[in-house]
Design a protein around this ligand. Structure first.
Ligand SMILES: *Cc1c(COP(=O)(O)O)cnc(C)c1O
Length: 465
């Protein structure tokens, strides 16, 4: 029998991988998690990224997909990365390393998961003989990574909303210059919250949802977390696991999807010591780890916009595990949090999380200073999200004899203004994107109005499929 998945709120049907892939949020509002955590198979330091990926992910998908299809999907997904190592590692000094997760087509770590998920989705729909439409709102990296992963797939189309005039030039062009019949970009006259509310309203309308077959690839989709487990295992293999040496990670964190994957890697048996949750000034998680209570606050824009998040949705999965998988207790806690903006987390859960996680913050001034210092000392550029990670890694590292790996979540060229401000050097786009500014853009401007947007969704459903 294949591995089953359970909702964190304990009141939704148990599903297998194929259903979880298509479902997104559970019917009780929870997030799907594996009912059992498989153990890592034997691995060796000379295995390639895709060999490790196949070994680590197979137990999660077995029974929902045949081995041959899975092998070809995994190989395909990582063939487009611009480094043979897929996630190359370089040293910063003092046993502190950077793992570059931004070698994919859109220069951000979202590609690692979405290149795989786009292909898995298309295959699952093909097997079921149906189509689906991904509908998402983006303030930056997710939209372009999703579009790049889904363009020209046969069974899945995508509508992506961005707030008109409020995403960076590079980010907008990465979305709007993709010319594919199954992709539609809508620029909404409103802000990012308006875009998110429009997406939520469509998903909450069951008639709309079934009419166009809405699907979600946001960071709560289990398949994205699964794909991210792989590089935590790869990092420990490259830096010593075979000699029994553990490693630690520092992770620039927003929705908690990335660092959560590290926690799952550890639970599967990867030798991981510490997981450092690094936030910018929007530090809901750092405050939680300091106080033991969750408190919502308003988001303030920062130099690391992909971490400007009020509520880290994937944290629910960690709470569920920390509670001893008590779905009712998790549901009660989160209901209280949504209603009042604040919730006290039980001490035993906090203790379970504090064994592995540490959390810290770096503000914009520290971020710029770090980018400047790395450039001066080592002669290469890092971008703001990564800089938050390296600052907090140094601050919170518990044991200097254990290697620390900070995850570089984007390429400097994706955030050229901040990098130039810090160093005086403007990072150029890689050659494969250098003509981004000359390509025609495809998007439709719409009002902050669901009916207007549904017209576009229906039109794409008719023309794309
Ligand atoms: C999405 C993103 C993050 C945050 O990752 P989470 O999984 O949401 O914690 C950090 N840095 C960059 C560049 C991102 O695109």
């Amino acid at each position: 029998m294949s591995l089953q998945y359970t909702s964190t709120r304990g009141d939704a049907p148990t599903l297998d991988f194929g259903d979880v892939l298509l479902t997104g949020l559970a019917t009780d509002g929870g997030l799907y998690c594996p009912t059992e955590m498989p153990e890592l198979p034997p691995l060796s330091a000379d295995m390639t990224y895709t060999e490790v990926a196949l070994a680590v992910m197979w137990p999660f998908v077995e029974g929902s997909i045949d081995r041959e299809s899975f092998v070809s999907i995994v190989n395909d997904a990582y063939a487009c990365f611009r480094d043979p190592a897929v996630v190359p590692i370089r040293e910063l000094g003092d046993g502190h390393h950077l793992m570059d997760l931004a070698k994919g087509p859109t220069l951000a770590f979202k590609d690692v998961a979405l290149q795989l998920v786009g292909r898995l989705l298309d295959r699952e729909l093909t097997v079921r003989g149906r189509t689906a439409m991904v509908f998402a709102a983006t303030s930056g990296d997710t939209g372009s990574a999703a579009i790049e992963a889904l363009a020209n797939r046969s069974m899945v189309s995508a509508v992506v909303l961005h707030p008109l005039g409020r995403v960076s030039d590079v980010q907008r062009r990465q979305m709007t210059t993709v010319d594919a019949p199954n992709i539609r970009n809508l620029a909404v006259r409103g802000n990012f919250d308006d875009c998110q509310d429009l997406v939520k309203a469509a998903f909450n309308d069951s008639a709309v949802r079934s009419e166009v077959g809405l699907a979600a690839v946001n960071s709560i989709n289990w398949a994205r977390v699964m794909a991210q487990i792989v590089y935590y295992v790869v990092g420990s293999l490259r830096l010593g696991a075979t000699s029994g040496q553990p490693v630690s990670y520092s992770v620039p964190t927003g929705n908690f999807g990335n660092v959560l994957a590290g926690w799952y890697a550890k639970r599967m048996g990867a030798p991981i010591d510490q997981l450092v949750v690094a936030s910018n000034r929007n530090d809901v998680l750092t405050r939680y780890f300091e106080t033991g209570s969750l408190d919502a606050f308003d988001v303030v824009p920062s130099l690391s916009p992909s971490m400007d998040i009020q509520v880290s949705s994937n944290f629910e999965r960690a709470l569920w595990e920390a509670s001893g998988r008590d779905g009712a207790a998790v549901a009660a806690l989160l209901t209280e949090f949504r209603a009042s903006g604040s919730a006290e987390v039980p001490t035993s859960w906090n203790d379970a999380l504090a064994e592995t996680f540490d959390a810290g913050r770096a503000d914009d001034d520290q971020t710029l200073e770090e980018i400047r210092a790395v450039h001066e000392r080592l002669g290469f550029l890092i971008e703001p999200h990564t800089a938050v990670g390296t600052v907090v890694a140094r601050e919170l590292r518990r044991d200097p004899s254990i290697p620390m790996i900070t995850l570089a979540t984007a390429a400097p060229a994706k955030f050229p203004d901040a990098v130039e401000k810090a160093t005086g050097v403007r990072p150029p786009l890689p050659t494969f994107l250098s003509e981004l500014h000359d390509r025609p853009e495809y998007f439709v401007e719409v009002g902050n109005d669901l009916d207007e947007i549904l017209v576009e969704l229906r039109d794409l459903a008719d023309t794309a499929q």
